[in-house]
Ligand binder design. Structure first.
Ligand SMILES: [Zn+2]
Length: 129
């Protein structure tokens, strides 16, 4: 599992390659679980030099699950939305084959380089003359 994660990360381009307009990407996590122990909320800010790898291991050390936010982040980053949020449940298995019940509420806030909406006046690629 962790080995697969590492391989995925090295095969993934940087954020600046995949999303050239993105200046930073803030991802907030809030967890809820039926158990007694609930992981603390997390905020992660990704910078353009970071790898565009958005698969996060379940914070429970004995769980083999992961939260794959790749498509959610991709959708948000490409759509020009200011924020998107949603909820995913861990599909992993914890010790003694117990199903993980952790649920992750995420909030994705991309910050683009240019202010305002991506204009339709002129190509974003820039004019050369
Ligand atoms: Zn889990």
């Amino acid at each position: 599992m962790r080995e697969r994660q590492r391989r995925g990360r090295t095969a993934t381009p940087q954020i600046r390659t995949r999303y050239p307009d993105l200046d930073s990407l803030q991802v907030e996590f809030a967890f809820s679980d039926s158990g007694k122990f609930v992981p603390a909320p997390q905020t992660t800010v990704f910078h353009p030099a970071a790898t565009a790898f958005f698969c996060f291991a379940c914070p429970f050390g004995d769980c083999d699950g992961e939260f794959d936010l790749t498509s959610a982040i991709d959708l948000t980053a490409r759509s020009g939305q200011l924020q998107s949020s949603g909820e995913v449940r861990c599909a992993g298995t914890r010790h003694r084959a117990a199903a993980c019940t952790l649920s992750l509420e995420y909030s994705i806030s991309p910050h683009c380089r240019q202010t305002g909406t991506a204009g339709d006046d002129g190509a974003a690629g820039g004019r050369v003359r």
